[in-house]
Design a protein around this ligand. Sequence first.
Ligand code: ATP
Ligand code: MG
Length: 286
Amino acid sequence: MLRIAIQKSGRLTEESLELMQECGIDFGKSGGKLKATAYNFPLEFLFLRDDDIPEYVADGVADVGIIGENVIAEERSSLLQPVDIVERLGFSRCRLSLAVPKGAAYSGIQDLHGKRIATSFPNILKEFLAQHGVSAEIHEISGSVEIAPSIGLAEAICDIVSSGSTLLSNGLVEVETIFRSEAVLISRPLTADKQRIVDDLRFRIQSVGRAKKTKYIVLNAPNHALETIISLLPGMKSPTVTPLATSGWSSVHSVVPEDTFWESIGKLKEAGAEGILVVPIEKMIL
Ligand code: ATP
Ligand code: MG
């Protein structure tokens, strides 16, 4: 049995649970409970505050955990046991940025020399400042960092940004991105039995991740256009081509990457493709 720590309630929770579901892992989470066991996978869930997860994993209370990369980067140096990122999960993307009050003179990082910077991420900030040879006073506060300049606590802040609207509404402008984060799976060193379960979990996560990045495409094409159409379809191997009942026509099946998908559709239509179906893929096993 492997123990996984997941944020109890917060920005990581919903997508962490959704990922488990997409991996085919079912469990009954009744509100407020701190523990749950999967019915169909050797996995036990612990629901915790996100800041506590790295320490619980390091201490062995949990074996693995889902956490923002910013949190593990911040806490890593204070952990007594090693904890590694074993999989990047692609959700809860955000960045850690420096921001200063709108209208403040800022031409580069050097301008922060001797200034006070409020943050909940002192270690990441310290490292960034050291790399740039800037010495500033770091004020660690645990929340509502964005109000620090307006109450006279600091001249700048370093905080999590996703859209930037919180900064804007507090009269701040983002001046440097110092760290980019997404949700990650962390693990401590494990016994062979537990490692096998993690490997299985990672295999499922990767299959789900690949599937999300691709679409299954089915289309009809006149045989004379097949060559052009096939050249436009970068499938996993080569596309499947089967004859239609109508002579001179074929059905073409392939897999296309999500990001180039709209571009491909336009070109396919131009080349003579008809009846194009685009279908989501649930899992993609290589
Ligand atoms: P807890 O109560 O568990 O301590 P918290 O308030 O510390 O929760 P959340 O705000 O739920 O934490 O954020 C959890 C993680 O989600 C952050 O560490 C970060 O990686 C990511 N995150 C934070 N803000 C955003 C955002 N605006 N958009 C996307 N991801 C974010
Ligand atoms: Mg927290």
